[in-house]
Design a protein around this ligand. Structure first.
Ligand SMILES: [Zn+2]
Length: 156
């Protein structure tokens, strides 16, 4: 998913550590675009994408009235955007990371290597654990754990 335009990323210390674990694998120039998104932000993204692509809201959309935005979500999904409904995104659970960079294939390959090396653990059972989103120009990754190495010192 596209992130906010203001360059702010909302994340916890845990998110930061998991990003550090994954980062070792990523090609140079890869940036973290988005982690946690509250429902209102997810809703705002849907409204902005829908309007930006020519969707007309019959009634003013409101987060708490699903009927007011359901059509807009279908509309942008038909346009090829992979967008979760407000309340359903792994971003709201703080488990999803959107990675951006010059070569999404290279980023995806690097993420899969980190998984096969056991450095990060994907959210089990998710169909969107690793998802390349060409329309949003990012690789979406859902991680529940990561391993960080610490230089051993003072041994003996
Ligand atoms: Zn995402």
């Amino acid at each position: 998913m596209a992130g906010t335009d203001d360059g702010m990323i909302w994340m916890t210390r845990t998110n930061e550590l998991m990003w550090q674990a994954l980062r070792l694998y990523l090609p140079p120039g890869t940036r973290l675009n988005s982690v946690r998104r509250p429902p209102q932000e997810q809703f705002d993204i849907i409204v902005k994408l829908a309007r930006g692509n020519g969707y007309h809201f019959a009634t003013p959309p409101h987060l708490n009235h699903e009927s007011s935005w359901r059509g807009a979500l279908s509309f942008i999904r038909q346009k090829g955007f992979k967008v979760a409904a407000p309340g359903r995104s792994m971003h709201q659970r703080g488990l999803a990371y959107d990675l951006v960079g010059p070569d999404l294939d290279k980023i995806e390959t690097a993420v899969r290597k980190a998984v096969s090396d056991g450095r990060i653990k994907l959210v089990p059972g998710s169909r969107s654990a690793i998802l390349q989103e060409p329309m949003n120009r990012c690789v979406h990754v859902e991680m529940e754990a990561g391993i960080l190495d610490f230089e051993p010192f003072g041994v003996g």
